[in-house]
Design a protein around this ligand. Structure first.
Ligand code: CAO
Length: 443
């Protein structure tokens, strides 16, 4: 089998460029156009592809080396029948075949072409044959494996000594952008916690509202500021989808009304919330993805074998989310009591940190306040949240006429990285069925 040496093509006028990533190893099978190394000059980073297919038998470069046009990169034992395998040989009109003897190996270099600017174009774009490519962001190398980032960002991270896993990426598919890295370094230097992903987005400028009329300025509570940061982090990181439906809770409401005096005797209050919690527990049991969380930079899903549900509570100090544990194992009366206790504790600011941790899913009910729908923000790293609005009696066609039914509007938001529309539809339909016929909660 013939051996051929692949050399560095014209790299867009740069005298020399640094090898910032070696993409192949000895023994690797490579196809035509597959990237061999990533070079970075002052102007651009570019992937140097092979013009021949075969097996890498010699690696002639190392990271950190400066390479100029014509420098040898690898020796490839060409695949296929001798004499007919090299793409460069078969397309001499397109490729600069500038063949030179290098030991037993012929030398081929990639076509001279203007390198694209770094980080341009989608990472999956098919490269033009035998042309230095603007290097796509990779998820390997540089001690930051699993992180999606371009070579320029990787280089900068190396220079700063930053492990890219620590940086939240605000680019497409969570890619770490230069701005994310800059923000991370800035935060680290200032001693403040790293800003949320999206640090690269333009900020909204401060406006002097007093120019337009009298104003009053107040300091925001710690809780308010924490909630704001959490909301922004979730909103920027999680691709949200929200699905809507209405549950016919006429029978549930009748049942609940019948239990009013028993609730009084027990010294408690029975709102729709315990039933909604129980219905969610059954739907979560049956749809495990809704009780999962992403881990290892999106490489893994952690499925939780417990059903703890957070409940958003509106308090004068701000929003808090206590977590009811093992909802699937508790009775409606136990849940009713726990809702009252946790809501009271939340309003009195008596919740311990432990009582606000460990949720798999959240319910946010504005049923006592009003509105017929809203799109709740997922409480990341959870992947789903149910928004409950105010039930109302509406005419519903029963096949013969319109009948008054009590309908409860539900909005299910979820993380589309984990849950697709089918999963979401199944979860919500199950909830609607469970709340429409609460006997099913026993099954
Ligand atoms: N439709 C119609 N009525 C409803 C209802 C609904 N979906 N949900 C509750 N109600 C009724 C209750 O039945 C109760 O009336 P009765 O005593 O006559 O039965 C009344 O509204 C008040 O209920 P409640 O709010 O005190 O109790 P709850 O169990 O429904 O909810 C809690 C508890 C803590 C979730 C709620 O008080 C709360 O704080 N909700 C706000 C959550 C929030 O802010 N979410 C937004 C987060 S994002 O900013």
């Amino acid at each position: 089998m013939a051996k051929q040496q692949v050399t560095v093509p014209d790299i867009g006028g740069a005298e020399a460029a640094e090898v910032i990533e070696v993409l192949v190893a000895v023994g690797d099978e490579v196809a035509v156009d597959q990237g061999l190394i990533v070079l970075e000059s002052d102007k651009a980073s570019m992937e140097i592809p092979t013009t021949v297919a075969g097996t890498v038998v010699e690696l002639l470069v190392a990271e950190g080396q400066q390479l100029a046009e014509g420098a040898p990169v690898v020796v490839i034992e060409v695949a296929g029948e001798p004499g007919q395998s090299a793409a460069a040989e078969e397309a001499p009109a397109e490729a600069d075949t500038g063949v030179a003897e290098a030991g037993a190996a012929e030398s081929v270099s990639a076509t001279a072409a203007e390198p694209a600017p770094p980080e341009s174009g989608p990472a999956v774009e098919t490269p033009a044959a035998a042309t230095p490519q603007a290097a796509p962001p990779t998820a390997s190398g540089g001690g930051s494996g699993g992180v999606y980032a371009g070579p320029a960002v990787r280089k900068l991270a190396r220079e700063f000594g930053v492990a890219l896993q620590q940086v939240s990426g605000s680019g497409p598919r969570g890619r770490v952008l230069k701005e994310d890295l800059q923000q991370f370094v800035k935060s680290a230097l200032s001693g403040k916690p790293a800003a949320s992903a999206g640090a690269g987005i333009p900020s909204i400028p401060d406006v002097d509202f007093a120019r337009f009329g009298p104003v009053e300025v107040t300091e925001r509570s710690k809780l308010d500021k924490l909630t704001a940061a959490n909301m922004q982090r979730s909103w920027l990181n999680v691709p949200h989808v929200t699905q809507f439906d209405e549950a016919d809770i006429s029978a549930l409401e009748e049942f609940r009304a019948g239990l009013k005096s028993e609730a009084e005797q027990r010294g408690t209050r029975l709102t729709p919330m315990p039933f909604i919690l129980k219905a969610c527990a059954v739907a979560l049991r049956d749809n495990p993805k809704f009780r999962s969380s992403l881990a290892a930079q999106g490489e893994q899903l952690v499925f939780k074998d417990y059903i703890h549900i957070g409940m958003a509570v509106d308090t004068p100090a701000g929003l808090v989310v206590p977590v009811l544990r093992d909802v699937d194992k508790k009775t409606i009366w136990e849940l009713a009591e726990e809702v009252l206790v946790l809501a009271a504790k939340a309003r009195d600011r008596k919740l311990s940190p432990g009582e606000m941790q460990g949720g798999c899913f959240t319910i946010s009910s504005l049923g006592n306040i009003g509105g017929n729908g809203f799109t709740p923000i997922v409480n990341a790293p959870e992947v789903g949240i149910l928004g409950v609005s105010r039930a109302a009696i509406k005419p519903v066609w029963d096949g013969q006429g319109f009948a008054p039914r009590t309908l409860l509007p539900l909005a299910l938001s979820y993380d589309h990285r984990v849950i697709n529309g089918g999963d979401g539809g199944r979860f919500l339909s199950r909830l609607v069925a469970l709340l429409g016929d609460i006997r099913q909660l026993l099954m």
